[in-house]
Design a protein around this ligand. Structure first.
Ligand SMILES: [Zn+2]
Length: 176
């Protein structure tokens, strides 16, 4: 189930700032304490049919760095018409997660986040093709450096979590 906090209540608050991250490149940080259940920001971006997105990626025309899985047919590319949400890094022990309301994905705080902490969610990357890749290969292709004790070493989804649980957001597609 989505957090109980009303989406509209937190909608226009400005909780975050973007700056250099110790995890990877650029990150998103709490500007002030963010209570658990807060809707922090929409994951904005251009909606693209997945076949088109993947074909463009295979042609080298579109990196999938900021792609989020919306549903079975559509992905969101934060590289176009995106906002600060696209800079939120992956962590294997995240403090945020994605929920989708009326077809719009939002980043929610899944715990109380202190001011200054970096925001993260679990990308749970899944292969765009039907082919399964080994854990060793996924660690080589999509290494994780989140540094959490629970780190599984890769941005790819854990094998037993390939099917998103009911009530949880679909996982993003493979990202570069
Ligand atoms: Zn990790």
């Amino acid at each position: 189930m989505p957090p109980a906090a009303s989406p509209s209540a937190a909608q226009d608050r400005d909780f975050i700032q973007v700056r250099a991250s110790a995890i990877h490149g650029t990150g998103v940080f709490a500007k002030r304490p963010i209570p658990k259940g807060t809707r922090v920001i929409e994951y904005a971006g251009r909606r693209i049919p997945k076949p088109d997105l993947l074909a463009a990626a295979e042609r080298g025309e579109r990196p999938l760095t900021y792609v989020l899985n919306l549903d079975a047919d559509t992905a969101i590319d934060g590289a176009e018409q995106g906002n600060d949400a696209r800079y939120i890094n992956h962590s294997c022990a995240p403090n945020c997660e994605v929920y989708i309301f009326d077809g719009i994905p939002y980043i929610y705080a899944m715990q109380d986040i202190p001011a200054g902490a970096e925001l993260s969610f679990d990308y749970q990357l899944q292969s765009a093709s039907a082919q399964r890749i080994s854990a060793a290969l996924s660690r080589a292709l999509f290494p994780c450096h989140c540094g959490s004790p629970q780190c599984r070493g890769t941005l790819a989804a854990a094998p037993r979590r390939r099917t998103p649980r009911k009530g949880r957001p679909p996982a993003p597609v493979l990202s570069s």
